[in-house]
Design a protein around this ligand. Structure first.
Ligand SMILES: Cc1cc2nc3c(=O)[nH]c(=O)nc-3n(C[C@H](O)[C@H](O)[C@H](O)COP(=O)(O)OP(=O)(O)OC[C@H]3O[C@@H](n4cnc5c(N)ncnc54)[C@H](O)[C@@H]3O)c2cc1C
Length: 306
């Protein structure tokens, strides 16, 4: 069985940055991901707020980050879905769903990010992937010149709405509160043609027989109900940590996020975490990368002192 100084689970911005810092600290690094390297940014049309880069296409940034990791021959990337991490003291065992894949390392960084949250209202399961989507960059093109509803009012909802408004016939944004994204992005969206915004609404139901036909919602202020006809819906209502495979390590809080200190160390010696899967206030590419750098630096100190 291959033995590494550091195994990184998740090859998003946090994991890839951790790999680079790990390699630069002379560690033998294995980076695992169940999907192509890049994480959530692969499915994001425009990445904003990454210093020095301006606006960049998410897939392009993911590619550049992965290329950067490949400049080090001490970084190995492998496709694997991790199902369990076992702490055997100085040795950590990483078990994957793929039968033949088990790896050991002196240290592990958990960088598995988050996935989109669902509403769990009537009709959501029926139209999941067939009228309701969580990824505008993946599915937006099929709604060219059609009527679309976006649910949510945070940064992701507003940024993806700006992207969709350039494609669709009409865009209706329905959100539980008011728009809470960056003011510049909110102003840009509000100024766009074909955009209507309904703040302070509860989604009641997705309507349709064989295909999605509309969304019914109710004002939390007046109780008034409204139905908007549409061909497609995109949900951006928050995130859930992708950390189920770490539950037996005892490092998760009640919400499922990994609890770490300011050095990205969990309470289990040799287990670190970085990026969107940890408890934090700002989930962005730049903060994920920063966490990854700190986690790898700390992992290197830990391994040197074993
Ligand atoms: C629509 C949208 C727009 C956004 N726009 C911006 C923006 O403009 N600017 C910005 O700075 N940020 C933006 N973000 C946020 C940004 O994408 C995240 O903060 C960032 O990707 C977090 O990086 P990460 O490495 O922590 O996690 P992720 O990017 O989520 O990567 C986690 C990786 O772990 C892998 N993984 C999960 N579980 C397992 C497992 N069991 N085994 C193996 N691999 C696993 C996943 O496949 C994934 O590749 C946006 C996010 C979304 C959803």
């Amino acid at each position: 069985m291959a033995q590494y100084d550091l195994i990184i689970i998740g090859a998003g911005p946090a994991g890839m940055t951790a790999a680079i810092y790990g390699a630069r600290a002379d560690m033998n690094v294995l980076m695992l991901d169940k999907l192509a390297p890049g994480g959530q940014i692969i499915n994001t049309n425009e990445i904003q707020n990454y210093t020095g880069v301006g606006t960049v296409n998410g897939a392009e940034l993911a590619y550049q980050m992965f290329e950067h990791t490949q400049q080090f021959d001490t970084i190995t990337f492998d496709y694997a879905t991790v199902k369990e991490v076992i702490d055997n003291g100085k040795e950590k065992l990483v078990r994957c769903e793929e039968d033949d894949k088990e790896f050991t390392a002196s240290s592990v960084i958990l960088a598995t990010g988050t996935r989109p949250r669902c509403l769990h209202v009537t009709g959501e399961d029926k139209f999941r992937g067939n009228g309701i989507s969580w990824c505008a960059i993946c599915d937006g093109a099929q709604y060219r010149d059609k009527d679309v509803v976006v649910i949510g009012g945070g940064n992701s909802a507003v940024e993806e709405s700006i992207f969709l408004a350039g494609i669709v016939k009409s865009l209706t944004i329905v959100t539980m509160f008011d728009l809470t994204a960056d003011p510049i992005a909110c102003d840009k969206l509000r100024a766009m043609d074909k955009v209507s915004i309904y703040p302070y609404q509860d989604i009641l139901e997705f309507i349709g027989d064989t295909r999605l036909e509309g969304v019914r919602f109710r004002s939390t202020k007046t109780g008034e109900e409204k139905t908007v006809s549409c061909d497609g819906v995109f949900e951006y209502i928050g995130l859930t940590p992708t950390t189920e495979c770490f539950k037996d390590l005892g490092v998760l809080n009640q919400m499922g996020y990994v609890e770490v200190n300011d050095r990205m160390a969990s309470k289990v010696p040799g287990i670190f975490a970085a990026g969107d899967c940890i408890t934090k206030n700002l989930r962005q590419v730049i903060t994920a990368c920063a966490d990854g750098a700190i986690a790898a630096q700390e992992a290197s100190h830990y391994v040197q002192n074993l």
